[in-house]
Design a protein around this ligand. Structure first.
Ligand SMILES: NC(=O)c1ccc[n+]([C@@H]2O[C@H](COP(=O)([O-])OP(=O)(O)OC[C@H]3O[C@@H](n4cnc5c(N)ncnc54)[C@H](OP(=O)(O)O)[C@@H]3O)[C@@H](O)[C@H]2O)c1
Length: 324
């Protein structure tokens, strides 16, 4: 009798070359899915191909601001994941065009292709927020759920992992600067979540384990203030630095000035965002729309940070396992 081999499902990941995206691509490849990685610059997405077997991962060109390019990228896909997001606006890449209209464009294409949809948002998404970033994330979520009723939305808190922009940036700053800034005094609370756990949650959504039409909030095991995160990072890299509280008004001015740079380290909108805590809501906890609800036990910063921040320690002070 001839055995009929089933072709693995195709998953299109918009933003699959980004920080979170590449971990999602790896989790999907491990499960045997075929993965199409859709970004504006697929030539820079070469690093995702070795995450799977030969031919399993295919980078394609798409811009979520351009509907025809999205339609081409979702053709034949059983599931679509949107992990495109921006932290600051630049040229045509505005919060509204990328996180609101772009989210809508992807949802419309997924619906037309008959594909399921998992959409990446962020804790803090709020249509009434003073932050344009947070408003666009909320309006993007609304558009997605209006178009694809059974879409799954994932909202992580701040995500950490080897290529993160948060701990790496401050650890690098600590190498050269005697002091680190505590915006607004450093009292804002976060619930950092490991990128591997976020990727696993999204892969479980593709497996059909998440409840369609719902928003999952993804946070790690600990809630920590910005000051506590800086203290933990400095302990890991074994450097003593002054932590200098910056009042909100001064941070606003800094954000306004730095925001004029082409790749700003801080913008005024980010300062606004930092005024609110970034933790999993009690509502999400109560309804089990969390990592625990997906059967995932999250990793802590204490367990993971030493595995990649070791390179910011004073040279010769520490030898990482991989170097021995
Ligand atoms: N990292 C965090 O701490 C964090 C926290 C909460 C929520 N999130 C959310 O999680 C998602 C992923 O974040 P991330 O940190 O992985 O972001 P990232 O590293 O900046 O990656 C963004 C990805 O989107 C692609 N992209 C940007 N503009 C695009 C466009 N117009 N069309 C198509 N692709 C585009 C980029 O590739 P090209 O530039 O080549 O197109 C890249 O692959 C985002 O929705 C973000 O808001 C992240």
């Amino acid at each position: 009798m001839t055995e009929i081999l089933e072709i693995p499902k195709l998953v299109t990941v918009f933003g699959g070359s980004g920080f979170v995206g590449r971990h999602v691509v790896r989790a999907l490849a491990k499960r045997g899915y075929r993965v199409r990685v859709a970004t504006r610059r697929p030539e820079l997405a070469g690093h995702v191909q070795p995450l799977g077997n030969v031919g399993q991962i295919q980078p394609v060109q798409a811009n979520i601001r351009v509907p025809w390019s999205i339609n081409r990228a979702v053709e034949g896909a059983a599931h679509v994941i949107n992990l495109v997001g921006i932290l600051y606006q630049s040229g045509a890449q505005t919060f509204s065009t990328v996180q609101q209209q772009g989210a809508r464009n992807v949802a419309e294409a997924a619906k037309a292709a008959g594909a399921k949809l998992t959409h990446g948002s962020a804790i803090g998404a709020d249509a009434a927020s003073a932050s344009a970033y947070a408003r666009s994330k909320a309006l993007g979520e609304q558009a997605v759920l209006d178009i694809v009723k059974d879409a799954v939305i994932v909202r992580p808190s701040i995500v950490f992992g080897p290529e993160d922009e948060f701990f790496n940036r401050f650890a690098n700053m600590a190498r050269f600067s005697p002091a680190l800034p505590l915006i607004g005094g450093g009292t804002t609370r976060f619930q950092p979540v490991f990128v591997g756990d976020v990727a696993e949650a999204i892969a479980r959504s593709v497996d059909g384990q998440a409840k369609g039409g719902h928003i999952y909030e993804l946070g790690g095991p600990n809630v920590m203030t910005f000051r506590e995160l800086m203290e933990q990072m400095l302990e890991v890299i074994d450097r003593k630095r002054l932590l200098v509280p910056i009042p909100w008004w001064a941070a606003e001015i800094q954000g306004a000035v730095l925001g004029l740079l082409p790749k700003p380290l801080l913008t005024r909108d980010q300062v606004t965002l930092l005024r609110s805590d970034n933790v999993v809501s009690t509502e999400a906890e109560r309804s089990h729309r969390t990592l625990a609800g997906l059967g995932i036990q999250p990793e802590s910063t204490a367990a993971i940070l030493p595995s990649y921040l070791w390179r910011y320690r004073v040279a010769g002070q520490f030898t990482h396992k991989s170097e021995t």
